[in-house]
Design a protein around this ligand. Sequence first.
Ligand code: NAP
Length: 279
Amino acid sequence: MPKAFVCGHPIAHSRSPSIHGYWLARHAISGSYTTIDVPPAEFGAFLLRVRSGDFVGGNITIPHKEAAFAAVDRCDAAAQAIGAVNTVWREGSMLWGANTDAYGFAANLDDRAPGWDLGRRIAVVLGAGGAARAVLHALRERGFDEIRIVNRTPERAAALAAHFGPRFSAHDMEATDRLLSDATLLVNTTPAGMHGSQELPVDVAHLPGGALVTDIVYVPLETPLLAAARKRRLATVDGLGMLLHQAVPGFERWFGVRPDVTPELRARIEADIAAPQAA
Ligand code: NAP
């Protein structure tokens, strides 16, 4: 029976088992997908288990994505550009790694806002952490004309702009209002707004009328940023679809079937998020 996993630390609140469990049942595959809590000191030993064939592969999440990138034998172009691996599998004696977050980000927008990457494209990206790297890679792949990275710690934004190339620029938070005035896409990659936490000091009133606003935070589904954008009648896309779509390539790799992100799957995870114990 093919066995896959998601490993991280902590890992209890991961929604990945619900997603992969839904697809296993839908395709009548007698496989498994389980959460495994692996503290950083034990990650190397855990990867040895993967290499030895205990699993067909799995997902790697916080805080192991960079360690996995360093440990795999081969990785795809996205992982190479992002510097982090979230999906692993074995091919012969090789351990392979991929990063599917950039794919998930773009596939979500393709699904919910078709045409988002057409015409003149100027993006403002809030945040310069691990998730921002995946979003920046996706925007570069889709040929965005200009990508403005805004971060609380401007040095981190500058490092990412230098890494990703000439169409990228770095800015501090004070510049945001001005940067929004001709933007076609605003992306929040910071955890601000999650679980009703501190909101971003960003005023969507400065965006042009045709702009699209997306938040990769998905708890709550409608973050304060998305609520403000919707109130201004701007197009919005929430972050849940990114989570669902990023899971597709891994499932296909491990279980041999390319699954669909169906309305039923989305409704299940939405219900989970809305449940009182949701974290
Ligand atoms: P990270 O590496 O810790 O980076 C966080 C970034 O947000 C940093 O640039 C940080 O700024 C900034 N930040 C944090 N709190 C802030 C605040 N209150 N105001 C302004 N900026 C703030 O985190 P990450 O791995 O990139 O994850 C970020 C979020 O994305 C998390 O909420 C995560 O759940 C979500 N996510 C969603 C998906 C999905 O599938 N939808 C996938 C991956 C991640 P400094 O540099 O100044 O510290």
